[in-house]
Each structure stands twice: as structure tokens, then as C-alpha cells.
Design a protein around this ligand. Structure first.
Ligand code: DGY
Length: 315
């Protein structure tokens, strides 16, 4: 019987369907297995299901029987994928499960910040009834241009949803989509500088890597329109957070909606004090339906690899 170790608690009801066929071990609620405990344990398992932990070379080396690592999320920057693969260990993730939820969250952040929802909500709770007839504290959405950076699964879903709100969508991606796909998504490719120059809102949907680190830094923000907004639901380290804070302070951009931060769980103090910024604690995929789908997608991939089948969610 194959044995699978989970690094964090998953409610029993979601594991039960797998229990007859696999030996699954998972910690008690609120507990995590990481660091030395994980290094001591991992040698006994064929598969590791990584929920919110860093899996580096040292841990991989201890996995004498390890055949596959499943990640609870689409972003695998917490796993040394290159090293795992070099050792013949497959890595699987959850691209299908998280895409819609993440795209939805990007749209929700965009709407919240552009329409001033969180700011108005905060004021009304404090007894302030905003009644300036002509103010420039928020922006409309319909007819505006959304610049999507990273046109993978999530970027494409954002594109569709934003078009439903009446936005025009343009994109930048490492490789340009095929003509038919551009037609299908009714979008056009722009070089990054051009996209920054014309977009009323920019949203990031690209993985973190050495190449994408601090892609959005001082120069990036200085090229955006002063009345544009910035949304990030990808990875915090893709953004130079100090440069973003500075751009907001200097009014180089109008506002931001952020689900991810450079030093999670720490958030720049200045961001916490800004009224034109909406912040959420890396919860884009955190709905119960999505989380259940993520468990099933990751376990499905793990089991597929263990049983020698082709799996779609291999990294
Ligand atoms: C992902 O899917 O990578 C999300 O950030 C969840 O952690």
C-alpha cells in the first residue's frame, strides 16, 4: 500500500474516499509538519502532500522512497522542482482547482479598489456619510483598459470576466498567444512598456521565479498612468513592495489591490495606512469549494504518478 504524508491538517471527510486504498497520515488540526520533523518522517513515505511548507534539497534528499510531491496550490516556488525532478521525483500541483477562484479574486480586488468599496464601507461604519458631489476618489470600470501580465489559465479567465464588465483587455506574456487564441479571447498582445502606458488597471498573473522577481519595480510604476490601479494575486516577490509603496505615496498610480506580499505574513506598514489600497491575506483560492477541489486535484495527481498513469497536473 502506498503511503502519503500530508504536512498540514485536511478534514477527514475529504480524505476518507482515499483511505481504503492508501495509507494517509496527516497532522492534527492547527499542526504542521515541517523542518526537522519532516526530515525525520519523510523517509517512510512514497508521496508528500505539501500544504504551505518549503520543500528544499535537504528534505528531498531524506525522501528515500519518495516518488511524488503534490503541492497545495498552483505556484510551486515553495518546492525545489528542478532538484526533485533531477532525482526522479515528480511534482504535481492544482492548476484547475485554483484558476477560477484566483481570477475571481483579482476582479474582486479591482472592483473594490476602483469603486472605493472598502474605503466607503470603513467610513460609513464610522458614521461618515460621504456626500461630495464631485470627487476623484474612485473610478468607473466599464470602457476602461485592463492590462493583463501573464496570459496563462488565470490571466485568460480574468480577461473573460473583465470583458463581462465592459473592459477592453490587452495582455503581455513571455510568449505571444496564437492568432486564433487572441481572437477567441478578443484581446491583443502589447509589449510591456506599451501595456503599462495605456492601461487603466494592471493585473499580474505570472509565477515567481528568478526572472520574474521584482518585475514590477520603480521603472514599471513610473510608466503606468497616474490614474491607473495595480492588482496582484500572483506572488508578492514579483513586486518590489518598497517601490510600490513609493509609487502610491508619490501618486504615480491611483491605488492597488493586493492579495500577496513580499514578506508574508508581514505587510509594509505604509500599505496598511493607505485608504486607496485594498489588502487580503493571500486568500485568493480560499473558498471551501476551491480548497476541496485542490485536495482532490493534488491527491489525484499524486495517486496517478504512484500508479504510473499519465496526469495532467504534472509540473
Ligand atoms: C496558489 O495556488 O499558488 C495559491 O497561491 C494558493 O497558495
Amino acid at each position: 500500500m502506498y503511503s502519503i504524508l500530508l504536512t498540514a491538517w485536511v478534514p477527514e471527510e475529504y480524505l476518507r474516499p482515499y483511505r481504503d486504498t492508501y495509507h494517509i497520515v496527516c497532522p492534527e488540526p492547527g499542526r504542521h509538519i515541517s523542518g526537522q520533523d519532516l526530515m525525520d518522517e519523510i523517509k517512510n513515505y512514497h508521496a508528500l502532500f505539501a500544504l504551505g511548507v518549503q520543500i528544499d534539497k535537504e528534505i528531498i534528499d531524506k525522501g528515500e522512497r519518495l516518488k511524488v510531491i503534490g503541492n497545495f496550490g498552483v505556484g510551486t516556488d515553495n518546492i525545489d522542482v528542478v532538484y526533485a525532478k533531477a532525482k526522479g521525483i515528480s511534482v504535481v500541483n492544482t492548476p484547475s482547482a485554483v484558476s477560477d477562484a484566483t481570477a475571481e479574486h483579482a476582479i474582486a480586488l479591482m472592483m473594490s479598489v476602483m469603486r472605493g468599496i472598502v474605503r466607503f464601507d470603513g467610513e460609513i461604519r464610522q458614521g461618515v456619510w460621504f456626500n461630495e458631489a464631485f470627487s476623484d476618489r474612485n473610478s468607473g470600470i466599464s470602457g476602461k483598459t485592463l492590462g493583463i501580465i501573464g496570459m496563462g489559465r488565470i490571466g485568460k479567465l480574468v480577461c473573460k470576466k473583465a470583458q463581462g464588465l465592459g473592459m477592453n483587455c490587452v495582455y503581455y506574456n513571455r510568449s505571444r498567444l496564437e492568432g486564433m487564441e487572441e481572437m477567441k479571447y478578443n484581446t491583443s498582445y502589447l509589449e510591456l512598456d506599451e501595456l503599462l502606458k495605456i492601461s487603466d488597471c494592471i493585473t499580474l498573473h505570472l509565477p515567481y521565479s528568478k526572472e520574474s522577481r521584482h518585475m514590477a519595480a520603480e521603472e514599471f510604476f513610473s510608466k503606468m498612468k497616474r490614474e491607473a490601479y495595480f492588482i496582484n494575486t500572483s506572488r508578492g516577490k514579483v513586486v518590489d513592495e518598497a517601490a510600490l509603496v513609493n509609487a502610491l505615496k508619490q501618486k504615480e498610480i491611483k491605488g492597488a489591490g493586493l492579495d500577496v506580499f513580499e514578506q508574508e505574513p508581514n505587510v509594509s506598514k505604509e500599505l496598511l495606512e493607505m485608504v486607496n489600497v485594498v489588502l487580503t491575506p493571500h486568500v485568493a483560492s480560499n473558498t471551501l469549494e476551491t480548497r476541496i477541489n485542490m485536495v482532490n486535484e493534488a491527491l489525484g495527481g499524486i495517486i496517478g504518478v504512484l500508479e504510473g498513469r499519465h496526469v495532467d497536473n504534472i509540473v
